[in-house]
Design a binder for this molecule. Structure first.
Ligand SMILES: NC(=O)c1ccc[n+]([C@@H]2O[C@H](COP(=O)([O-])OP(=O)(O)OC[C@H]3O[C@@H](n4cnc5c(N)ncnc54)[C@H](OP(=O)(O)O)[C@@H]3O)[C@@H](O)[C@H]2O)c1
Length: 394
C-alpha cells in the first residue's frame, strides 16, 4: 500500500465535503485531511477541525479570520488558520497536501481548481462549474502540472471506471457513445403547467440524492445534467454528438459507455457519493466506502426513458452552449448561477430559470476562451446581464 495521502478538502462544510471526510475517517492508515476550507460557516469548520485535526483551516470570507482563530483556540485545536479567497488557492498549491478535493460550489471554485491542476497534485473534481466554465484552461493547467484528475461527479466517475485504465480520451478507446444517466429530478413526468408554482423547498427535495441547494435546483431543472454533458465533453475529449442523456429514475446505473463492437459497460451502485469519492481517493486501489451493498433483487426493475427537453429546457440550452463553443458554457453557467440564486430567494419562478439563461446566451454571442482574466470578465458581464434581465422582469 502507498504512503498516507494528505488531502485538502475545499468546501469541507458542504455535502461533498462531509462525504469526503466520512471516507477519510474510515481509513486513518491511508488518508489524512490536512487542509479544510469553508466559506462562512465558522462553527461548522471548527467542529470539523476538532474531529479531523488538519494542519490548516481556511475560511473564505476574510472578515471571519479573527473569529476562526479565536474559536479554534477555544476548542483546543492547534492548527494554522487563514482567510480569504487567495488563502484557499495558496493552500492548494502549498506542500500541506498532495491531493485536492475541489468541492466548492459554483464559479467560486475556479481559481482553486486551476491551482490544484497546475500544482501537479491529484485533483478530485466535484466542482463541475469550473470545468464547464474553463474546460480548455483546466486541461492545459493539468498538462502543465503533470498531475491527474479523477472525476467525483458520480456519472463521470462511472464513465472513468468503464474506460480502459480510466483512459480519458474517447478517440483512442473504441468508444461509440457516452450515456449519462439522470434521475429526472423531483419533477420527472410533470408538465410545464404543473411546474409554474414550484417552491425552493420542493425543488431541493431530490428523490435519491442528498445534496447542496444549488445542485439540487440544477437537478430539478436538468441543468445539472447539461453541465455534466459539458463536463464529459472536456474530461473525455468527447464531441457533443457522442454524448447522450438517459433518464433512469432509480439512480442505480450511474452512467454507461458504448463501444464500437456493441458492448455497453455500466457502473452500478447505491446512490451514495461516498462510492465515487472513495474510488477517486484510492484509485487505482479500492477501499471500503461505508456504502451498503447493492441489492438488485430488492429493486427488481430498472427503468430508462428519454429526457423531456421541452419541459426541462435547461438541458437543451446546455447542449446548445456546448455546440456554440468558445465561452458559451461559461455564459450559460454564470446566468444559471444568478437565476438559481434568485429562485432560491423567491425572486424568480422555477420555469423562468431557463428564460434567463436563454436571454443571456442570446445577448452574449460566444467568444474564444483565451485566459482566466478574460473569462472572469465575461463571467461578470453575463452575471450583470442576468441581473438586469431579472430586474426588468420584476
Ligand atoms: N452534493 C453532491 O452530491 C454533488 C454531486 C456531484 C457534484 N457535486 C458538485 O460539488 C460541488 C459542491 O456541491 P455540494 O452539494 O457539496 O455544495 P454545498 O453543500 O452547498 O457546499 C458548498 C461548499 O462550498 C463552500 N463555499 C460556498 N461558496 C464559497 C466561496 N465563495 N468560497 C469558498 N467556499 C465556498 C461552502 O462553505 P460554507 O458552508 O461555509 O458556505 C461549502 O463548504 C458543486 O460544484 C456540485 O455541483 C455535488
Amino acid at each position: 500500500m502507498s504512503s498516507i495521502r494528505h488531502i485538502a478538502v475545499l468546501g469541507a462544510t458542504g455535502s461533498i465535503g462531509g462525504n469526503t471526510l466520512n471516507v477519510i475517517a474510515r481509513h486513518p492508515e491511508r488518508f489524512r485531511a490536512s487542509v479544510l476550507t469553508a466559506h462562512r460557516q465558522v462553527d461548522a469548520l471548527v467542529a470539523l477541525c476538532v474531529q479531523h485535526r488538519p494542519a490548516l483551516a481556511v475560511i473564505g470570507d476574510s472578515t471571519l479570520e479573527g473569529e476562526l482563530g479565536r474559536k479554534l483556540a477555544a476548542a483546543g485545536v492547534r492548527c494554522d488558520a487563514a482567510a480569504g479567497h487567495d488563502a484557499i488557492t495558496a493552500a492548494v498549491s502549498g506542500d500541506l497536501c498532495d491531493t485536492v478535493v475541489a468541492a466548492i460550489v459554483g464559479a467560486a471554485g475556479l481559481d482553486s481548481t486551476l491551482a490544484a491542476a497546475r500544482s501537479g497534485k491529484r485533483l478530485l473534481l466535484a466542482n463541475k462549474e469550473s470545468i464547464v466554465m474553463a474546460g480548455p484552461l483546466l486541461l492545459a493547467a493539468l498538462q502543465e502540472g503533470g498531475g491527474e484528475l479523477i472525476p467525483v461527479d458520480s456519472e463521470h466517475n462511472a464513465i472513468f471506471q468503464c474506460l480502459p485504465g480510466g483512459r480519458p480520451d474517447l478517440g483512442k478507446s473504441g468508444v461509440r457513445r457516452l450515456i449519462l444517466t439522470a434521475s429526472g429530478g423531483p419533477f420527472r413526468g410533470r408538465t410545464r403547467a404543473e411546474l409554474s408554482a414550484i417552491t425552493p423547498d420542493q425543488a431541493c427535495k431530490h428523490p435519491n440524492w442528498v445534496m447542496g441547494r444549488k445542485i439540487s435546483v440544477d437537478s430539478a431543472t436538468l441543468m445539472n445534467k447539461g453541465l455534466e454533458v459539458i463536463e464529459a465533453h472536456h474530461l473525455f475529449n468527447a464531441p457533443a454528438e457522442t454524448i447522450e442523456v438517459l433518464v433512469h429514475p432509480q439512480s442505480l446505473v450511474h452512467s454507461l459507455v458504448e463501444y464500437v463492437d456493441g458492448s455497453v459497460l455500466a457502473q452500478l451502485g447505491n446512490p451514495d457519493m461516498r462510492t465515487a469519492i472513495a474510488h477517486a481517493l484510492a484509485w487505482p486501489e479500492r477501499v471500503d466506502a461505508g456504502v451498503a451493498p447493492l441489492d438488485l433483487a430488492a429493486h427488481a426493475a430498472l427503468h430508462f426513458e428519454a429526457p423531456d427537453l421541452s419541459t426541462f429546457r435547461c438541458l437543451a440550452l446546455a447542449f446548445q452552449a456546448l455546440r456554440a463553443g468558445g465561452d458559451a458554457p461559461a455564459i450559460l453557467n454564470a446566468a444559471n448561477e444568478v437565476a438559481v440564486e434568485a429562485f432560491l430567494t423567491g425572486a424568480l419562478p422555477f420555469l423562468s430559470i431557463a428564460d434567463v439563461v436563454e436571454s443571456v446566451l442570446t445577448e452574449l454571442p460566444p467568444q474564444a476562451v483565451v485566459d482566466v482574466q478574460s473569462l472572469t470578465e465575461r463571467d461578470r458581464t453575463a452575471r450583470e446581464a442576468a441581473r438586469r434581465i431579472l430586474r426588468n422582469a420584476c
